[in-house]
Unconditional design. Structure first.
Ligand SMILES: *Cc1c(COP(=O)(O)O)cnc(C)c1O
Length: 400
C-alpha cells in the first residue's frame, strides 16, 4: 500500500486502468509482471524477523507482490484505508469474521445472504466456536433493533441481497449499530464499487467477491476485505498468515488485468439488466421480477439513494407455471448458459426450485421457485430475444 497514487482526484474509469498496473521497473514492460515466487531473499541477519509479519517480503502466504498491487487498487476504488485480498470471496468473509469474533459474541445477519455466510453463522460456528447468531430481516430496521443484545458484536448484510435483491438501508443500520457499539460489515459483491461505496455510509468493513464483477471474465477466484489499517492487520496476521487462504499470484494478476475494464463493463451490466427487467415485467407469463431498478420493486427508492450509476447486473424472476417448466425453458436458451456465478461477460441463469432449503427466508412470491439471472455484457436485444424465443418454444404468452 506504499505506492504513490498519482491518480488521486481522477475518475474511476482512469484509476481502474492505471492504479496498481504500473510498468515493471526491472524491464520497462508496460504491464506488471507476475511474481510467482513463493519466497523472498532474507536480509543479512534474519534471526530477529517476525515470521508472521506481512509488511516485508518474506513468504507469499504472508503477502505476495501481485496481491499487494491488487489491494492497492481496491483501496483506491473503495476509498478504504486498507485491504486484504484472499483466495475467494468466502475466504475473505471467513477471514473477516474469524479476526473480529470470539466465543460468546452475538451476530445479527440478514435473511438474504450468500449461502456460505448462512452456513457459517447458522450451522458451523455456533457449535464449533460458541458464536451466537440471529437471522434477521435487515430490510426492517425495527427488527434489527429488537434483535440487538448486550453481546452483539457485528451486523452483516448484503445490499442488494443474493438472491432476492432486497435492499437494506446502509446508513440507518450503521447509525443504529454504532449507537450500540456494534460493527457493520457489508458484502458489496452484487452492487460493486462502481455502484456503491459503502464506506461513504459509515460501515466498518466491506467484502467483495472479486470472482464476480471486478475480475469480470469468469476465469479466476478471489475475495477482498476492506477496512481500517488496524483491523486489516488483524485479518492478515490472524487469518491470512495462520489460516492461509491466500490468493495465487496468477489469479491476483488476472483480476488486476480484468479490473481495468471494470467500470466500462459495469455500466453495460447495469443498462442491460434494467432493459431485461423492464421487458420481463411486461410478459404475461412472468409472475414477478425482482430488480432494484424497477419502480415496482420494494427497495427501489432506497436503491436510488445507495446505488450511483445503476442497479447491478443480477435480477430474479418467476414464471406462471409448474416446476419442470423452468427446466424446459432453459433448454431452449442459446445466449444464456445455465450456471451459477455472476459478473462474467456472458449471461448466466440458474433455477432455484421450491424446495430450496432457504426458501422460507424469502418473500412469498419466490416460494414457487424462480430463476436468478446474471445479465452479461452481450447486446441487450439479443438477450431479450433469446428469452422471448425460449418462452414461446414452451407456448408461453409474450408481448414485445
Ligand atoms: C459469489 C459470492 C460470494 C462468494 O465469493 P466466492 O469468490 O465464490 O468465494 C460471496 N458473496 C456474494 C454476494 C456472492 O455473490
Amino acid at each position: 500500500m506504499s505506492e504513490k497514487n498519482h491518480y488521486e482526484g481522477m475518475a474511476l474509469a482512469t484509476r481502474a486502468v492505471h492504479v496498481g498496473g504500473e510498468s515493471d521497473p526491472a524491464t520497462g514492460a508496460i504491464e506488471p509482471a507476475i511474481y510467482m515466487a513463493n519466497s523472498f531473499a532474507l536480509p543479512y541477519d534474519p534471526s530477529t524477523m517476525n515470521w508472521s509479519a506481512s509488511e516485508e517480503n518474506i513468504y507469499t502466504r504472508n503477502g505476495g507482490v501481485n496481491q499487494g498491487k491488487l489491494e492497492h487498487k481496491l483501496c483506491d476504488m473503495h476509498g478504504a484505508e486498507d485491504c486484504v485480498v484472499l483466495a475467494s470471496g468466502v475466504a475473505a468473509l471467513s477471514a473477516l469474521f474469524f479476526s473480529q469474533l470470539k466465543k460468546g459474541d452475538h451476530v445479527i445477519f440478514s435473511t438474504v445472504t450468500y449461502i456460505a455466510t448462512y452456513r457459517i453463522f447458522h450451522e458451523l460456528w455456533n457449535d464449533k466456536w460458541g458464536i451466537e447468531t440471529d437471522i434477521v430481516d435487515c430490510t426492517d430496521i425495527e427488527k434489527i433493533k429488537a434483535a440487538i443484545k448486550p453481546n452483539t458484536k457485528l451486523i452483516h448484510f448484503e445490499t442488494p441481497g443474493n438472491p432476492t435483491l432486497c435492499i437494506c438501508d446502509i446508513e440507518a443500520i450503521v447509525k443504529l449499530a454504532h449507537e450500540h457499539n456494534i460493527l457493520v460489515s457489508v458484502d458489496n459483491t452484487f452492487s460493486s464499487p462502481y455502484n456503491t461505496r459503502p464506506f461513504e455510509f459509515g460501515v466498518d468493513f466491506v467484502v467483495e467477491s472479486l470472482t464476480k464483477y471486478i475480475n469480470g471474465h469468469g476465469d479466476s477466484m478471489g475475495g477482498a476485505v476492506l477496512g481500517s489499517r488496524e483491523d486489516m492487520d488483524k485479518v492478515r496476521y490472524q487469518a491470512q498468515v495462520n489460516i492461509g487462504g491466500v490468493i495465487s499470484p496468477f489469479n491476483a494478476w488476472l483480476i488486476q488485468r480484468g479490473s481495468q475494464t471494470f467500470p466500462l463493463r459495469m455500466q453495460v451490466h447495469n443498462d442491460n439488466a434494467l432493459a431485461v427487467a423492464q421487458w420481463l415485467e411486461r410478459q404475461p407469463c412472468v409472475s414477478f421480477v425482482a430488480y432494484p431498478g424497477l419502480p415496482s420493486f420494494k427497495g427501489h427508492e432506497l436503491a436510488k439513494k445507495q446505488m450511483k450509476h445503476g442497479f447491478g447486473g443480477v435480477l430474479s424472476f418467476g414464471l406462471n407455471g409448474e416446476h419442470d417448466l423452468y427446466n424446459r425453458v432453459v433448454t431452449h436458451l442459446k445466449v444464456f448458459t445455465s450456471a451459477v456465478s455472476l459478473g462474467n461477460a456472458e449471461s448466466l441463469i440458474v433455477f432455484l426450485g421450491e424446495d430450496d432449503e432457504r426458501m422460507y427466508l424469502y418473500p412469498e412470491e419466490f416460494h414457487g421457485g424462480f430463476y436468478r439471472v446474471a445479465i452479461g455484457i452481450e447486446d441487450k436485444n439479443d438477450l431479450i430475444n433469446d428469452l422471448r424465443q425460449a418462452f414461446r418454444a414452451e407456448g408461453l404468452e409474450t408481448v414485445d
